[in-house]
Ligand binder design. Structure first.
Ligand SMILES: N[C@@H](CCC(=O)N[C@@H](CS)C(=O)NCC(=O)O)C(=O)O
Ligand SMILES: [Fe+2]
Length: 357
């Protein structure tokens, strides 16, 4: 048994993989992205997982890793190739090393060529391999910078990756066309650069003529990743909201708990986005709440102050989640959804007014 999630960063077309042992709840992330740390941490929390490791397939040139920030926030440990030249890892991985998470593990294979420190991680039962930018779906990593070498990459893929069983699924670090997964058998047959009868000389000729522009983030990403994603300037760290102990959900919504709201009713503006009938219906409304039905919120947001935090409320917490999105688009920074809406508020017996019998 394995918990497995494939996550995507649209900015850099990077895949991040979450793997966890359902028995012990120990988890690891392969190739987390700095800007997605909040999302990944929320997912791990919602699934009840303890993040123990972040692994890099290589020192990326197109995005900054989330490894350092995840270690700071969740206490996970950082591992990547000793050959990567990166500083600040908790473990330097060598070929044949095992990275354990609960009762499961990944086996480390050295697959240099895209960079000199590229690793492929193979799941213990050889059903999945995380190939980074060594082998991509019908493609492979470029070899024109970061100590890249087409000859080395050819041998890595042929010897270390294509030696896996044909059924083994291939999960790369990137895809630029919307493809998510392949298999060894498929890539051996159909990979235009490395499959079929393609020889080493053919591959080198192909790679010498890719003609790709350098990644836009190259100058920022490589130095940051050589420090495992530690920002030079701490002010770049995304500000966590300070006005309340908010939770960020995997759905991308900031939430506040009923108990906090009950204790701080006077400090916030409560925006109830239900219809008028519900506002004075059996569930009543929170004392001091303003009624602005969701359909009118975009237009009526002007009536609200941007200087006081806004908490949105509805029956279950669903419409009010969308209300936070609308208010943020209207320029409100301090916005949160009341978790569980009026249903939970009533179930926990907090004060209401205007309730019909
Ligand atoms: N346009 C992308 C760069 C894409 C790129 O160069 N990707 C690297 C991976 S770090 C690669 O090896 N690409 C191989 C290919 O696209 O064939 C960006 O600016 O981030
Ligand atoms: Fe790469």
């Amino acid at each position: 048994m394995l918990i497995f999630r494939q996550l995507f960063d649209p900015q850099s077309s990077t895949y991040t993989y979450l793997l966890a042992d359902p028995a012990t709840r120990e988890a690891l992330l392969i190739d987390p992205v700095f800007e997605q740390v909040r999302r990944d941490a929320a997912l791990a929390a919602e699934l009840g997982l303890k993040l123990t490791w972040t692994l890099e397939t290589h020192v990326h040139a197109d995005h900054v890793t989330g490894a350092w920030l995840l270690r700071k926030q969740l206490g996970s440990r950082i591992a990547l190739a000793g050959a990567s030249g990166a500083e600040g890892a908790d473990r330097d991985l060598e070929p044949d090393a095992l990275v354990r998470f609960g009762k499961r593990h990944l086996e480390v294979r050295a697959t240099p060529g895209h960079t000199s420190g590229c690793l492929t991680y193979v799941l213990d039962d050889r059903s999945m391999a995380f190939t980074g930018d060594a082998l991509m779906i019908r493609g492979c990593g470029r070899t024109d910078f970061q100590q890249g070498s087409a000859r080395t990459l050819y041998r890595s893929v042929r010897e270390q990756v294509f030696s896996l069983p044909d059924e083994c699924l291939i999960y790369p670090a990137h895809d630029y066309r919307g493809l998510t997964v392949s298999s060894i058998g498929e890539e051996k047959r159909f990979n235009p650069r490395l499959g079929g009868e393609v020889g080493e000389g053919d591959f080198v000729g192909y790679m010498d003529n890719l003609g790709l522009a350098h990644p836009k983030q190259l100058q920022v990403a490589v130095p940051a990743n050589l420090q495992c994603g530690r920002p030079q300037d701490d002010s770049k760290l995304a500000e966590e909201p300070r006005w309340a102990p908010l939770t960020y959900t995997f759905a991308g919504i900031w939430e506040v708990q009923p108990q906090w709201l009950e204790e701080h009713l006077r400090n916030v503006q409560i925006v109830d986005v239900r219809d008028a009938g519900e506002f004075s219906g059996p569930l009543g409304h929170i004392p001091g709440a303003q009624l602005i039905p969701l359909g009118q919120l975009a237009e009526s947001a002007r009536a609200l102050s941007k200087d006081r935090p806004a908490v949105t409320v509805c029956r279950s917490g669903a419409r009010s989640a969308q209300a936070t999105v609308i208010l943020r688009q209207a320029g409100f920074d301090q916005v949160a959804n009341l978790a569980g809406g009026m249903l939970r508020w009533n179930a926990q017996r907090y004060a209401v007014e205007g309730a019909s019998e």
